[in-house]
Design a protein around this ligand. Sequence first.
Ligand SMILES: Cc1ncc(COP(=O)(O)O)c(C=O)c1O
Length: 435
Amino acid sequence: MSKYKIINKSIHNLFTSTTFQPRCVFTFVLIMNSKYKRNQQFNNRQLFFSYLAQTSDAPIALEMKKAEGIYITDINDKKYIDGISGFSVNNIGHSHPDVVKAVQEQAASYMHLIVYGEFIQSPQVAYAKLITDQLPDSLNCVYFTNSGTEATEGAMKLAKRATNRNKIISFKNAYHGSTQGSLSIMGDEYWRNAFRPLLPGIYHEEYNNYKAVAQIDEETACIIMEVVQAEAGIIPANKEWLQAIRNKCTETGTLLVFDEIQSGFGRTGSLWAFEQYNIIPDVLLLGKALGGGMPLGAFIASHTLMNKLTDNPVLGHITTFGGHPVSCAAGKAGLEVLLKNNYLSKVKDHEKILVERIQHPSIKAKRHCGLWMAIEFDSFETNQQVAKRCIENGLITDWFLFAPHCLRIAPPLTITTEELVILCQIVIESIEAKD
Ligand SMILES: Cc1ncc(COP(=O)(O)O)c(C=O)c1O
């Protein structure tokens, strides 16, 4: 059986106390689709399974009612530590009062006005200025999108338009989003195969392998990569290798695109992971924490590069809601909170606490970078048991897309040392309980 069949099979049994079993779901959907449903009163769980498109047959399906700081509370008043920050979105915790205020004020002034790029909207302008102030001089022009995957799409289009080439290099076990262009560069055939035909001219290389450097040539539009591979289970790039990639890109006129959608906004201990490498990309992709809890993505490059999207054809990338003023206001407030409180200064010390306290003979390996850890077990089944116990014990965790045997730890950067110690205790107790 392939690892994904095992996952699908095992996932049926995951969180059984909180979810429907698949057969029950099917029966229930039939009932809900019947003529009786209009006269019935259903609870949110039933409505969730009946009316919302499902992405797996065993979602976590906890019903939450409030989230504040590092905690999420369910409808039974059970409080959970958010150990994954909504997949690295809530780096400053949930519903920070400054972000809530910014959202309320902006919504009261104006929400959507017009398609991206036409009116001068102060939240977009102010946020673009604040972000580029935190970046090297060459990354001085921001294109705001709705999401991370749209930022990836924009960068791929920009690279093709700027270089007049169409070869793109990406990496095995890389995730850059789920739309068709991003899916084409996704680094795993299992996830791509059902959606072919995808983009031609894509080369998937081994991460940290010099064959990738050799593959970059005068026909390559861009190489898209994460500085720390997230969904592979926290794999940082080797410094010399990344420098060799930068050099070859410069030599061949290939654009180097860094995807910091998950690693950005302090997750690795510096605002951007690439700062730890002294290497500057030509294009930077941001998302997730960029919106302070609201949907927002961005691709960022130099003015010279970005101007390629203004002619031949004009409107080289069009988005209706990209850079929504409320999202930009929220994102700016969120970044100000992160910088003002200097949360970054605590990340490396907190990383040490994670490393010291998360120890157990069942753990095969730990990979970490800042407040971001993959705890590796012998199998997906073991990991699944530990994750289930963690949730029972009040800690939200999950696995990684390409490393299902690894437990994901990525709490908000605002977590206190005392709270982090509790998080570690819950992980260890959950490992011990499964033995
Ligand atoms: C590294 C990376 N790139 C891109 C994306 C896609 O972002 P979005 O889900 O906002 O489209 C993700 C999302 O998980 C990601 O982790």
